[in-house]
Design a protein around this ligand. Sequence first.
Ligand code: FDA
Length: 302
Amino acid sequence: MRALLLYLAHREGFKHFMLKFEVFRKLAWRFVAGETLDDAMRVVTEANRQAVRGTLDLLGENTVSLDDARGATREIIRILDRIRSEHVDCNVSVKPTQLGLNLGREHCLGNLSSIVAHARQLGNFVRVDMEDSGYTEKTLDVVRRVHAEMDNVGAVIQSYLYRSENDARALVKEGIRIRLCKGAYLEPDTVAFRKKADTDASFMRIMKLLLDSGLYHAIATHDEAIIAATREHSESRRIPRDGFEFQLLYGIRRDLQQELARDGYNVRIYIPYGGRWYPYLMRRLAERPANLAFMARNIFRG
Ligand code: FDA
């Protein structure tokens, strides 16, 4: 089921079919903050009120033209200005193929550099999301090149990839801040663990090496066992609660977000917004087939 949903995430025909269903569009608003920056800013403000930080994601990936990539760059710069003018505690997350990585590495490098330079002037931070494994090497290369000039940029490591433990070690040595997640794309077993238990074990190993590094990293998961292990490890090593942050996705486990914030941890939620939500929603459905069952029941009820 997971593989099928992730395959359908890139099928335009299926997208047009699904968009006919009101319940599918409604389901999107559980995971997406809205269509506009105003909608997203309202969510950030509410999160801040609950002592939770935000990271805003303008939805969009696999851009089809350089103009689109430049347009996304301008919009992300506008988000940074808005964060500043509204004095909210929030940074931005960007997708490399939204900035043109699929059209050529240099385009992405130029666009990302403009965003990071602008964020630096405003005292803010830019996280570069990780997409499928076809882009891992190029994404890390672009992050490293930008980081060599400006240190307010960070990478994402996916624990399901065999290579990730080595990547994490190397990035930490270079002083690059990491968000650790499990990974959300369809990957062959030549590059990624098949079994959830192996992905989870890899997450645990990388989590420990990140926490022990002394840099400020992000542990991004809703997995209660992993969150408990992270808390335990940080306590056993006397790592202060504000020495790293937990990150969770908008619309998932709000109770857990608030519990962690109440316990004195830094918590940040990933807040996507915009019209291009279809592939993002399909990845969230693939993570939890129960979401799909809910939708199917509503469709067949008419
Ligand atoms: P797991 O899938 O084992 O889920 C643990 C529990 O969380 C479930 O039992 C359920 O209760 C809840 N849960 C998880 N997903 C849910 C869903 N969709 N709906 C309802 N409940 C759900 N991936 C990537 O490849 N590149 C990236 O850049 C990022 N960035 C990113 C940022 C942040 C802040 C987060 C939290 C996650 C990402 N991800 C990501 C996604 C990540 O790789 C992964 O797919 C999801 O976080 C789900 O995995 P969990 O770690 O939550 O564990």
